[in-house]
Design a protein around this ligand. Structure first.
Ligand code: GLU
Length: 281
């Protein structure tokens, strides 16, 4: 698919050059005009590939709330959907993907934190979630204080794993690259609970394969402000914030959060959502 797109763009570019050559005259102007039409501005956007309802790879087509916000913002920046290259951005790789210039922006349930702000910039927030627990339906675990001596799974490089290490050192923390792996391990009985943001857990619990097996405890113990990750020193923060504000004002934000949580047992925190983007540094 990637190849086809580049091939098509290359063909269009050749056609544009040929046309302007035939037309003669003000070739500089028509060349630049045509090449913009043929190629267009593109963006490499980092998302999750394994979080249903947020960022999910359905065999090369991408769905979820993060994907919808990314598409809206990209469009406001003048980039159409076919000019977005979706890049998988696992929790532990996000800062590196931005610092190494492998992506232009990240929409991946990416909490704004002071530590991360030392290496990347953030626009937003565009959503506020809360850390929670997913447990087997018959479990009596009701909060993090019930986890002493239990096996808890979370993801490397996440604020969720960090919070457990900092505040609940008596818990046996098992780290995986993604939350889907944690849920699989809990299905197999090796894990007693999975922890991360409530909206992520609700999306995983609602998957057909997991129907009836797990429940989100519903007792959040953090505030996760989802930001748009940008390379340090990026000049896009203001424009991204304006796009987020527009998305909230015109109703597209509401539509996106509703459609992407449909079928999941999840209601967003209406006191904290939708948030107002913070001024850019
Ligand atoms: N929002 C948290 C974080 O940014 C947890 C979710 C995730 O790992 O993407 O670390």
């Amino acid at each position: 698919m990637q190849k086809t797109r580049y091939a098509a763009a290359a063909l269009a570019a050749v056609a544009a050059l040929t046309l302007s050559a035939c037309g003669g005259g003000d070739s500089a102007e028509s060349e630049s005009g045509s090449s913009a039409e043929a190629g267009g501005e593109s963006l490499r956007i980092g998302i999750k590939f394994d979080q249903p309802g947020l960022g999910y790879d359905e065999g090369g087509s991408y769905s979820g709330f993060d994907v919808d916000v990314a598409k809206y913002v990209a469009n406001e920046l003048g980039v159409t959907e076919e000019n977005i290259e979706w890049v998988e951005a696992p929790s532990a790789n996000r800062e590196n993907l931005l610092s190494n210039n492998q992506v232009d922006m990240i929409f991946a349930t990416y909490s704004i934190t002071d530590t991360r702000k030392e290496v990347v910039d953030f626009a937003g927030p565009y959503f506020v979630a809360g850390q929670d627990l997913l447990v087997p339906t018959d479990s009596d675990i009701a909060g993090p204080e019930d986890l002493e001596g239990k096996n808890l799974c979370s993801v490397t490089g996440s604020t969720s794993a960090q919070k457990i290490k900092d505040q609940y050192p008596g818990v046996q923390l098992v780290e995986q690259p993604g939350y889907a792996e944690c849920v699989t391990a809990m299905g197999g009985g090796q894990i007693d609970a999975v922890t991360t943001d409530d909206i992520i857990l609700a999306g995983l619990a609602a998957q057909e394969a997991n129907a009836g097996k797990f429940k989100v405890v519903g007792n959040t113990f953090s505030e996760e402000n989802y930001g748009v990750g940008l390379p340090k020193g990026s000049d896009r923060c203001e424009a991204v914030n304006e796009a987020i504000t527009k998305m909230i004002d015109d109703g597209a934000w509401d539509e996106a959060i509703t459609s992407n949580t449909e079928g999941a047992d999840y209601t967003f925190n209406a006191e904290l959502n939708p948030p107002t983007p913070a001024p850019c540094a």
